[in-house]
Design a protein around this ligand. Structure first.
Ligand SMILES: [Zn+2]
Length: 436
């Protein structure tokens, strides 16, 4: 097939794969078979065709991987072009995954990238099961949690022992401005995304006293207008729409007044947009570093030529360059990957259903988004509340202000929770907090 090309271009890989060395994994056997495996057999799924995805696809194809799929639901926007280098001006409006796949296939002989222009949630277990390794470059935590849940659900246990052939490694990269992280998850064996959910802070917020009394940053002025002045003056008789230029302009002018009063500089229209819409600028160089480390991990996993990252690395290049690796530990009570019965602790059985939902969303180790709840009440499965289906929402809305007791729940009752953060429902046993 592409032997001439591979011979020339991939000779550097042969040096790694066909010779032994002091840093090789003990089970590594140098041979020409490894490269053959990478090129002919090893099937990789790249999730996300954005800043990280473009980098990953480019790196992996130059590393010899030929059998790749890429999945992304987005289309190309003008603002992507400065860093998503597989796209050109003429591609604006086209599918990211399809355009990226075509670019790579045209450029690298023998490369077979198959695009999927859809959400990851549109694909089922059989689709994900076909891959040897999955690499993720996403900006959405919900999507990350979902794919993590999917890979954990593919695990097969026999008599409580994990069948290791069902483990599909997940290499996950993320960036935020000048910071980034990489993690290698071996579902069922090492910490999964949900095990360390508390690493994701719910959202950046500034202390109210700072924004109200002692603003120091332009962001503080914008937050002040957003959180305090807007609800008070209600200029457009509605809540803030980050895509409405009139709204942004109003916030811009008001926060500018405040910035001038406090002698704060650096407030711009773009920054206002960024703060209101919670956008953190993407930095091409950070993406390049994070993607390169992710792809090296994929290469190590696929070839066994070196031990994998164990298992979490952070990187920042705000002041100089700094990197640090540590081992995130498996949470024995992890909602997704532990084999234990999961519990939810509540103050009293007389709290209302809406309080329970609020708890599912606010608890650090759950962080659900719009949980739907069914329950097993005296042997019958009953829908208590589902938000995502309008007709059911309407029928079950009245339950929100009923107490759990009135709905028939007791201590040790089981509730079944469905949420966008997971592909499978989660069974939770109700427990009362001991000191109440
Ligand atoms: Zn876990």
């Amino acid at each position: 097939m592409d032997s001439e090309y591979s011979h020339r271009k991939l000779s550097h890989l042969r040096k790694v794969l066909e010779r032994s060395g002091p840093f090789c994994r003990p089970d590594f056997e140098p041979s020409s078979e490894s490269l053959k495996f990478l090129m002919q057999t090893c099937k990789i799924l790249v999730i996300g065709a954005g800043g990280l995805g473009c980098e990953c696809l480019k790196n992996l194809s130059l590393m010899g991987f030929r059998q790749m799929h890429i999945i992304d639901m987005d289309i190309i926007d003008l603002s992507n072009l400065n860093r998503q280098f597989l796209f050109r001006h003429k591609d604006i409006g086209a599918s990211k995954s399809e355009t990226a796949a075509k670019f790579i296939n045209d450029r690298i002989p023998g490369c077979n990238v198959i695009p999927h222009f859809c959400k990851i949630q549109d694909k089922n277990e059989d689709f994900y099961r076909q891959f040897h390794i999955i690499i993720c470059g996403l900006d959405s935590i919900i999507a990350r949690r979902w794919i993590n849940g999917m890979l954990v659900s593919l695990l097969i246990y026999e008599n409580g022992i994990l069948d290791q052939s069902t483990v599909i490694p997940l290499v996950d990269g993320g960036t935020e401005g000048f910071k980034g992280n990489i993690r290698v998850v071996l579902p069922g064996l090492t910490a999964c995304i949900e095990c360390t959910l508390d690493l994701y802070p719910p959202q950046i917020t500034y202390p109210l006293c700072t924004i109200a009394n002692t603003p120091r940053l332009p962001e503080h002025c914008i937050e002040y207008v957003k959180v305090i002045q807007w609800p008070k003056e209600n200029p457009f008789d509605c809540s803030i729409d980050g895509d409405d230029p009139q709204h942004i302009n109003w916030i811009y002018e008001k926060s500018m007044e405040r910035a001038v009063n406090f002698g704060i500089q650096g407030l711009t229209y773009r920054l206002v947009q960024g703060v209101v819409k919670n956008i953190i600028p993407a930095v091409a160089s950070t993406n390049a570093v994070i993607a390169s480390i992710c792809c090296t991990e994929v290469f190590k996993l696929a070839s066994s030529c070196s031990p994998s990252l164990n298992n979490y690395m952070i990187f920042t290049n705000t002041d100089g360059i700094y990197g640090y690796t540590y081992e995130a530990e498996k949470n024995i009570n992890c909602l997704t990957c532990s084999q234990t019965i999961k519990e939810i602790e509540i103050k009293s059985i007389y709290i209302k259903l809406k309080d329970l939902i609020q708890l599912l969303c606010s608890k650090n180790d759950l962080q659900m988004k719009n949980p739907g709840i069914t329950a097993n009440i005296s042997g019958k499965i009953k829908t208590l509340y589902i938000q995502s289906v309008p007709s059911i929402e309407e029928k079950t809305r009245q339950n929100l202000s009923k107490t759990l007791f009135d709905l028939g729940l007791r201590e040790n009752s089981e509730i079944i929770v469905a949420d966008v953060t997971t592909p499978n429902t989660i069974m939770l046993k109700i427990k009362l907090l001991k000191n109440s």
